[in-house]
Design a protein around this ligand. Structure first.
Ligand SMILES: Nc1ncnc2c1ncn2[C@@H]1O[C@H](COP(=O)(O)OP(=O)(O)OP(=O)(O)O)[C@@H](O)[C@H]1O
Ligand SMILES: [Mg+2]
Length: 509
């Protein structure tokens, strides 16, 4: 029975107002009808569709589907449901596309239905995103029902605990309990989450293989739209390594504080011990210095002592002569006096040399050279050696006069000693003083045979001597170098060629 007018009107109304889009085609694919939703999906007016072939509806998003529709039209088959993404008004929508044959009139008709599934699709996509995040999460995720029965665990949970999803499902998370934590912590946890609040804390748990581990957990309720708790969610991070580090740190801190307690007394002990050591070193240094002073004094006394003893012998020989003029004795006595004065000066000089706050004084070279000549006269005479000076009579310097005299005496005494082995030469020593812009250069030159190349590098070393034991100690040049460098801030150098030896002393002004 054909439908009544009323019923046709009702279908028409349903067709027009449906939220699904409808296109009615004839067997050849020519569009017979389209409802407003279909027009809005294709963004075309109703007039555009009428009597147009579906294949002429050029729409980029439908390209592939139109081909399939064409196949269905030719083969008289239905079009299976498929999803289609359409861009409408610059917004992406998703539709379910379906096609089926209608046998309502004499000619068969093909009805295309387009159902908007955008909302569902977006929800599914969002769900997929979150699900992937949970699956790939580096922290454990556990979801239980309201009674605490596990419904879901993520792969990280399985990896950490050794329980697979299948093994964990239906069990209570207490399977992980190590039993080493106070039970109140679990009570607090339940109290917090049943009140829909987030519980945060640490669990000491056991893996399936019995190995223990620590995790930091955050547990909360999942509620539905009505605010009813449907599930509980636990997100947990493995902090075993962190705990181990903390333990090690705590242990070390304890050791450190123990150590600190002892440290103070140890430092005190060490200070006491060092004080005693310093005292000993200071004493030893003092003894060493005293020894050095004595050595130096003895060295410098050698020449005047020899001279005094020789003069004393001379006096006693002369005293045998009658009518000996008293001036001769007086002359010898003056000489002895000079020598003893020099010996006494030497003692003072060396005491000063080791005292850092000794005072400098201005002195004239003329005076220095005269003294040197007087003191050295005895051994110069012995070696039949002449001593000459070449200098400006006004030349002067600020410094330690006596010390410079001692250096010069050392140098000429060395020359005289060299002459002793080279007797018969025209023995001569020349002392030259030359003023430069910033220094005075003193040179002591002799022709006593020179210094062999192989020993010249060693002569300033302490105790280096080529003389027999009773004749030389080897400290003359060492001592002279010390005086020039430390008391005058200068330098002493030697060069020797052929028969000649030359010592150059630089005295900064
Ligand atoms: N003018 C010189 N000519 C040749 N040799 C020299 C001369 N001056 C120094 N020497 C060499 O240098 C060495 C070291 O001299 P130094 O004055 O330090 O000690 P010493 O004269 O041997 O002993 P002393 O402690 O009695 O002075 C001498 O033994 C000598 O071989
Ligand atoms: Mg010497």
């Amino acid at each position: 029975m054909p439908p009544t007018i009323d019923l046709i009107d009702q279908y028409k109304y349903f067709f027009q107002s449906s939220v699904d889009g409808f296109l009615v085609l004839d067997e050849n694919g020519v569009i017979q009808d389209a409802n407003p939703k279909a027009c809005s999906i294709f963004e075309q007016p109703f007039a555009f569709f009428l009597q147009t072939s579906i294949q002429d509806v050029s729409h980029e998003d439908f390209k592939d589907h139109l081909k399939k529709i064409d196949t269905c039209l030719k083969s008289k088959k239905d079009l299976e449901t498929e999803e289609i993404k359409v861009n409408i008004n610059n917004e992406t929508s998703f539709f379910e596309l379906k096609g089926g044959w209608l046998k309502l009139q004499q000619n068969d008709q093909f009805l295309i239905t387009l159902r908007d599934i955008t909302k569902a699709e977006l929800v599914e996509r969002e769900f997929k995103k979150i699900y992937t995040a949970v699956i790939q999460s580096p922290v454990s995720v556990v979801i239980t029902d309201t009674k605490g029965k596990i419904e879901y665990v993520n792969p990280k949970f399985s990896e950490l605990t050794g329980y697979s999803l299948e093994e964990a499902m239906g069990k209570n998370p207490r399977i992980l309990k190590s039993g080493k934590q106070d039970s109140t912590i679990y009570q607090q946890l339940w109290d917090t989450i049943t009140q829909k609040q987030v519980w945060k804390g640490e669990f000491h748990n056991l893996k399936k293989n019995g190995e223990s581990y620590w995790e930091s957990a955050s547990v909360s309720a999942i509620v539905d739209e009505k605010g009813e708790v449907t599930h509980y969610l636990a997100v947990k991070e493995d902090i075993t390594k962190q705990k181990e580090l903390e333990d090690a740190l705590r242990e070390n801190m304890e050791k450190l504080s123990d150590f600190n307690l002892n440290l103070e007394s140890k430092i005190q002990e060490e200070i006491e011990r060092n004080k005693a050591k310093d005292l000993l070193i200071a004493q030893q240094t003092r003894y060493a210095q005293m020894g050095e002073i004595l050595n130096m004094i003895a060295h410098q006394w050698k020449q005047p002592l020899n001279a005094i003893s020789a003069t004393a012998t001379e006096i006693s020989l002369l005293s045998g002569f009658k009518d000996l003029p008293v001036e001769v004795i007086q002359d010898r006595m003056k000489f002895i006096e000079k020598q003893t004065q020099y010996m006494s000066d030497i003692i003072h000089d060396f005491m000063d040399f080791f005292r850092p706050d000794k005072e400098k004084q201005e002195f004239r070279f003329k005076e220095t050279f005269e003294n040197v000549k007087n003191i050295g006269s005895y051994f110069l005479k012995q070696q039949n050696t002449t001593l000459s000076f070449d200098f400006d009579e006004n030349l002067s310097l600020r410094g330690f006069k006596k010390e410079l005299e001692q250096v010069l005496i050392n140098l000429i005494s060395n020359s005289c000693a060299a002459f002793e082995t080279k007797r018969g030469l025209d023995s001569h020593i020349r002392i030259k003083a030359e003023e430069k812009s910033d220094a005075i250069i003193l040179s002591v030159i002799d022709n006593a045979g020179g210094i062999p190349k192989k020993i010249i590098g060693k002569i300033f070393e302490p105790y280096y001597t080529t003389k027999p034991k009773d004749k030389g100690t080897g400290i003359g040049l060492y001592m002279s170098k010390q005086i020039i460098e430390k008391s005058f801030g200068g330098k002493i150098e030697v060069e020797s060629e052929g028969e000649t030896t030359r010592f150059d002393i630089t005295l900064p002004k």
